[in-house]
Design a binder for this molecule. Structure first.
Ligand code: 2RA
Length: 329
């Protein structure tokens, strides 16, 4: 299979290359694609050296699959051109997520919606993916009425400039700023830009994408997304009100038996998810599962995942695996 990785030199692109190798994705020819300034750069992958190429060169090579992580405008400009030559595009940007003609996919939840006709497929936002991974099986069992979520997001979600800012601040060095404020020893209550309603785009992604993936606009969602000086992954404190009552142990059992979920929830051994331990792993980790004693039919939980893996690269590649396994590419 000819596979293009568009944005191959970026943070998510590099993780995509790692995960493709780890999962033995059936790549017969890798096509690393990046912006003109990176064209000609050599990258090593799976014991071979590849030259980075530009978009049109990659399109002319007619890859079966193109994994995009190159920003929304690049995806709007180029994904249709790949699709026009028969390539199936799986895109990590927000460009296509809310397009009613495009599927927004977490394979464990709704890959069965995919058909051969889907030539541009949207990968959800990282903080949405980890939340719906835990909530989808509970929605099926107890029907979710309302979600209140606070996220504690890794600076890797912003990119390499943010990681550099934290390192500089930690070492007392002046340098470029990814944020308007220091991130070291701080928490910034803004991920992405603000919308007219006072919420950030990141917070509204949690609202809109959750309703689309769970295919239920009656689910009320409200979100607060915070950036914190962490690199291993995103953490989320989630409060879920169901239409029906539940048993906490049954919730644990449902989650523990859900592919892609690992329950870490034992207060006696202080077992709960933390981003420092989630880093580099593909699972979504759930713990601190406990009834909300302030209102009926409501549970609290803590959800952690590596935002560059299940939140981006791994989910994208799992969509590719599903397409191949089901003869859709
Ligand atoms: C963030 N989810 O963490 C967004 C984009 N990666 O900034």
């Amino acid at each position: 299979m000819k596979v293009a990785v568009v944005g191959a030199t970026g943070m998510v692109g590099e993780v995509m290359l790692q995960v493709l190798k780890e999962r033995n994705f059936p790549v017969t020819e890798l096509i690393p694609v990046a912006s003109e300034k990176s064209v000609g750069k050599e990258i090593e992958w799976n014991g071979k050296s590849y030259k980075v190429v530009g978009m049109q060169t990659a399109i002319d090579m007619k890859p079966e699959i193109a994994l995009f992580s190159a920003g929304g405008q690049t995806s709007l400009d180029w994904a249709p051109k790949f699709a026009a030559v028969g390539t199936t595009v799986i895109d990590n940007s927000s460009a296509w997520r809310m397009d009613t003609t495009k599927k927004l996919v977490v394979p464990e939840i709704n890959a069965n919606e995919l058909t051969k006709e889907d030539k541009i497929i949207a990968n959800p936002n990282c903080s949405t993916i980890q939340m719906v991974m835990a909530l989808a099986p509970l929605h099926n069992k107890y029907k979710i009425k309302r979600i209140v979520v606070s996220t504690y997001q890794s600076i890797t979600g912003t990119g390499v400039k943010a990681v550099q800012q934290l390192e500089n601040e930690y070492n007392g060095v002046q340098g470029d700023m990814a944020y308007n404020y220091p991130i070291h020893r701080n928490a910034i209550p803004q991920c992405d830009v603000f919308e007219d309603n006072g919420y950030t785009k990141e917070e509204m992604k949690l609202v809109r994408e959750t309703q689309k993936i769970l295919n239920d606009k009656t689910i009320a969602v409200t979100a607060t997304a915070i950036r914190i000086p962490v690199v291993g992954g995103h953490s989320e404190a989630v409060n879920i009100e169901f239409e029906n009552d539940f048993d906490v142990n049954e919730i644990r059992e449902i989650l523990d038996s859900t592919p892609g979920i690992k329950v870490q929830d034992n207060l006696k051994t202080f077992s709960y998810p933390m981003p420092i331990y989630a880093q580099g792993k593909n699972e979504v980790f759930v713990g601190r599962i406990r009834r909300d004693e302030s209102q009926p039919n409501t549970v609290n939980m803590w959800i952690v995942a590596d935002n560059l893996r299940k939140g981006a690269a791994t989910n994208t590649i799992q969509i590719g695996e599903y397409l191949i396994a089901n003869g859709l590419v």
